[in-house]
Design a protein around this ligand. Structure first.
Ligand code: BTN
Length: 252
């Protein structure tokens, strides 16, 4: 995949810019929209992604066409792994991935969000399937808006004591993203295994939230095809497709 960087100043959302180019027929596979700031940066479930100028990395990768085995679940795994891997290359000692879209640091009980991933598709054309992979990474923030902190703890590389530039973060994230996305068509199960490792939950007691119901068991596996596999107290194995898993958390 050849990356074409498209730089923006202030935009509504880099993912919105990516969809606009797709709609105009001007997008290419491997386009990366990157912005200095976003006025309508969005996260999962309609949440806002705080995007002040020059403090965070805000980028969206266009995959077009992206036929199976590429899928939203496989891309969420690949993009998650790439932020995990780049964080560790940038010096973050103990980050974890939290399905579906969080890179967090700190104790399991009050983990702070360092980066997030949002995979989207629109008007899915079976002849030319496409995805936009949005990544937000907190890099130089030393403080965060009160309304964000009211929702959950948040971290940046700077609050973790790491003095890293946006350019270096961008290079690491894009390198890792290219490598991880290239592994998807190889049907590489190790991508899923690496993701499982990065959650820190392999073999642990977990809760899997489907709709409003929580299922408990020991986490045995995660894969884009089989989903989340747990073994319950009665020793029976159950699998849940990733698309319907709303939360995967340790059973404390
Ligand atoms: C989440 O954790 O809920 C996902 C956050 C994704 C934020 C990024 S920032 C770049 C791209 N543009 C957006 O509007 N959102 C994603």
């Amino acid at each position: 995949m050849h990356i074409r960087l498209i730089h923006h100043g202030e935009v509504d959302s880099t993912s919105e810019r990516a969809f606009a180019e797709i709609a105009a027929g001007e997008a290419r596979h491997g386009d990366v929209h990157i912005a200095v700031s976003q006025t309508a940066g969005r996260g999962r479930l309609g949440r806002r992604w705080s995007s002040p100028p020059g403090e965070g990395l805000y980028l969206s990768l266009v995959l077009l066409p992206a036929p199976p085995p590429w899928s939203a679940a496989a891309l969420t795994i690949a993009a998650g792994l790439s932020v995990f891997e780049s964080a560790s290359r940038l010096g973050v000692a103990r980050a974890r991935l939290k399905w579906p879209n969080d890179l967090v640091v700190g104790p399991m009980t009050e983990d702070a969000k360092l980066a997030g991933v949002l995979v989207e598709t629109r008007g899915f054309d079976p002849e030319k399937p496409h995805y936009v992979v949005g990544i937000g990474f907190n890099v130089r923030q030393t403080s965060f808006p009160a309304e964000l902190l009211a929702e959950r703890p948040v971290a940046s590389l700077a609050t973790l004591g790491l003095d890293v530039s946006l350019e270096r973060t961008r290079e690491e994230v894009l390198d890792a993203l290219q490598r991880a996305v290239a592994r998807i068509p190889m049907g590489d199960d190790r991508l899923a295994e690496d993701f499982l490792c990065a959650t820190g939950l392999a073999g642990k007691n977990v809760r899997v939230r489907i709709g409003d119901v929580e299922h408990e068991g020991v986490l045995e596996g995660i894969s884009a095809i089989e989903g989340v596999r747990i073994r319950g107290r009665d020793a029976s194995a159950r699998s849940f497709p990733l698309e319907i898993v709303r939360r995967l958390s340790p059973s404390l």
